[in-house]
Design a protein around this ligand. Structure first.
Ligand code: SPV
Ligand code: MN
Length: 647
């Protein structure tokens, strides 16, 4: 159980400003008249104290209050170019930003939850004692903005007025970070005060790149003070480590859902997208996947793309499950983004019209950004995150595998801006969970009930990707949200059961697993690599769309419901005009019983180490599935093709 406002408030202890009178005095001393007047629009005292303490701690030369106006946006962008944090590319409005070679992904070993003595955190997370973090932040953040400008922006993580939207303050000396903040979040300067009152909380983020030198990256830290809903980040620039309105505040939003709105809200690492079905109806999906496992691609397949990374969900009074996207843009992995698989995104990346920040890709001599898998012949030379590069440069890929593109979603062809701005949110009818799994689960399986659905999320395992520095192997990734869940996992599991099992949720979604990563080698195929292609996602989502409306039947198996060949064949033809041989269906949907049982055993062993009463429900699901699988194996053997299941 997390107690809010417990322990020393580190920001205010270091800043030393405890009264609103002191805060106002500091503003008058340090802000020029223009920005003093801008700040006067904010009257929330708690927010003003946070800002004053950040100023007192970081000691910037100048303070810039970002109102979200076109002029302010332009200024931040221009200064980013002038300071060299970004450079212009050939297409107007496109820029490149490089993070230091040591700062190319989330630094998991330097990311900590600040914890009070009795506070437990997730077994998959790191904590540090409050006094240790306090001393470290004091040592490194005091005066860190000398010679720099401190930017202060006010944002809403979600449409203003939506039940699960939460306001946040982003403070940084980096123009790149503030430029990204404006592309990805809704500036709510004029609504901030009212939003804090409506929601009853706000988040604060304080970042400085400091010296921005490779030799200082080992000193970098990413701290979440959960108790005071404040993040601290320094000596780094990679947005996942610095734009903490994104994942830092997602962590706080998860705390808020669990400890302030348990059973009523969830905060998920999920895309939100709408699929058009027969008669033009639009069915909304929310889906979780670990970083670098096709979440953006899946979201883009929708006819009504809303978001690719985060979802704030709640149960509405009418019994529906609603979601809003806390973001308005994407910070997407760019590797393997190409014309064939991602036409909407490529349009923004290769033609004028959209404002885009590319990060850590290669820039060729003509100012064209290039990345691995962009579908064009490799360039002869260029500059990338490590410096000059040619195809002969040993050991350095053309672009870093975690290279990203940052752009507002409204520039993407299939984005539905009106819906993403609606505080009522969208009604979610389908929840999906996926990971990088080469050998065990089929491309789609639907949970038989809500508890089995929660178990799908609880059981995600996935191969490590470049989004996290130093990660390797195949790991547990419960709900694909574990890098952002501070709470002990059994408490999180309980919050999941409380939400999906809440009798107030009278319009239950269907819950399904998705897996795009089965390989020929593991499934008895004669080819190499993956069994499917990116575009097949249209079919998997298309089938779920029909299933939700009761328009296709499924085959029942011990792990849930799977599609029939005829329905998929028709969808492959209609949605992507692709031949879908039955032999491929059999490779994809046969149950590899030993693999599935091994997966369940592994999950059971891991979850047994997480004390909590909610485990009873999870283990009941595993037990039932395992019994069904063993009986099936006894009757039909170790590998059971779908045809034998239907019989
Ligand atoms: C992810 O890695 O899941 C991202 C980018 O969406 S980051 O901001 O680094 O979390
Ligand atoms: Mn993410």
């Amino acid at each position: 159980m997390l107690e809010f406002k417990q322990g020393v408030d580190i920001l205010s202890a270091i800043g030393g400003i405890t009264t609103i009178g002191e805060a106002k005095k500091l503003f008058e001393e340090r802000l020029d008249p223009e920005h003093l007047q801008r700040l006067a629009a904010i009257t929330n005292e708690a927010a003003l104290l946070k800002i004053a303490n950040a100023m007192a701690m970081c000691v910037p030369d100048r303070i810039y209050i970002h109102t979200g106006s076109d002029e302010d946006r332009d200024y931040v962008r221009r200064m980013s170019l002038e300071k060299g944090e970004e450079q212009s590319l050939a297409i107007p409005g496109h820029t490149i930003h490089f993070d230091l070679p040591e700062d190319q992904g989330r630094m998991v070993d330097q990311t900590f939850y600040i914890a009070d003595p009795a506070e437990e955190v997730s077994s998959l997370a790191k904590k540090e004692a409050r006094e240790v973090s306090h001393a470290y932040i004091k040592e490194h953040m005091c005066g860190i903005m000398r010679g720099k400008t401190m930017y202060v922006g006010f944002y809403s993580r979600g449409p203003v007025g939506a039940r699960a939207s939460i306001p946040a303050i982003e403070i940084s000396s980096s123009n790149y970070v503030m430029h990204s903040a404006e592309l990805l979040y809704r500036n709510c300067y004029t609504d901030f005060d009212a939003e804090v009152i409506r929601r009853g909380e706000f988040f604060t983020n304080v970042h400085s790149e400091g010296t921005n030198r490779s030799e200082d990256v080992p000193k970098a830290r990413i701290y979440m003070d959960r108790s005071w809903q404040t993040t601290f980040s320094f000596f780094c620039t990679y947005a996942g480590n610095t734009l903490l309105m994104k994942k830092g505040n997602h962590r706080f939003a998860t705390d808020s859902a669990m400890y302030k709105h348990n059973g009523e809200e969830l905060s998920e690492h999920m895309f939100i997208t709408g699929m058009t079905g027969p008669g033009g109806r639009v069915t909304y999906f929310a889906g979780a996947a670990p970083s670098g496992c096709g979440k953006t691609t899946t979201a883009m397949v929708g006819s009504n793309f809303i978001g690719d990374d985060l979802a704030q969900m709640w149960i509405e009074a009418d019994g529906s499950l609603r979601a809003v996207n806390p973001e308005i843009g994407i910070f997407g992995i760019i590797e393997d983004v190409n014309q064939e698989g991602d036409p909407y995104l490529m349009h923004c990346l290769r033609r004028p019209g959209a404002e885009v920040i590319f990060s850590n890709v290669l820039v060729d001599p003509q100012g064209k950004p290039r990345w691995t898998g962009d579908g064009e012949p490799p360039p002869e030379q260029g500059v990338n995150f490590k410096g000059a590069w040619t195809p002969a440069t040993a050991g350095v890929p053309m672009s870093h595998p975690n290279s990203r593109c940052t752009l507002t979603a409204e520039t993407i062809g299939n984005h539905n801006k009106r819906v993403n701005a609606d505080p009522k949110g969208v009604v979610i009818k389908v929840i999906t969970y996926s990971g990088r799994d080469a050998n065990t689960m089929p491309p789609i399986w639907v949970a038989k009930n809500m508890d089995a659905g929660v178990a799908i999320g609880a059981s995600i395992v996935s191969k490590a990707t470049a989004a996290e520095i130093g990660a390797s192997g195949v790991n547990r990734q419960p709900w694909a949200n574990s890098p952002f869940v501070a709470a002990p996992l059994a408490e999180y599991l309980e919050a999941q059961f409380n939400f999906y099992g809440n009798p107030k949720m009278s319009q239950k979604p269907i819950m399904a697993g998705l897996n795009y990563f089965l390989t020929h080698e593991e499934r008895g195929g004669s080819g190499k690599g993956l069994l499917g292609e990116k575009q097949d996602v249209h079919v998997w989502l298309g089938w779920l769309e029909l299933f939700t409306h009761g328009e296709v039947q499924a085959i029942e198996t011990p792990i849930g419901l799977i599609p029939k060949y005829e329905d998929l064949h028709q969808l492959f033809t209609n949605r992507i005009d692709k031949e879908y041989p039955e032999s491929l269906y059999i490779m994809q949907f046969s149950l590899y019983i030993d693999n599935i049982i091994a997966r369940i055993d592994l999950q059971e062993a891991a979850w047994s180490k997480e004390p909590g009463t909610s485990l009873r429900l999870l283990f009941a699901v595993y037990k039932e599935q395992k019994a069904g699988l063993l009986a099936l194996k006894a009757a039909k053997g170790r590998i059971v093709p779908p045809g034998e299941l239907a019989a």
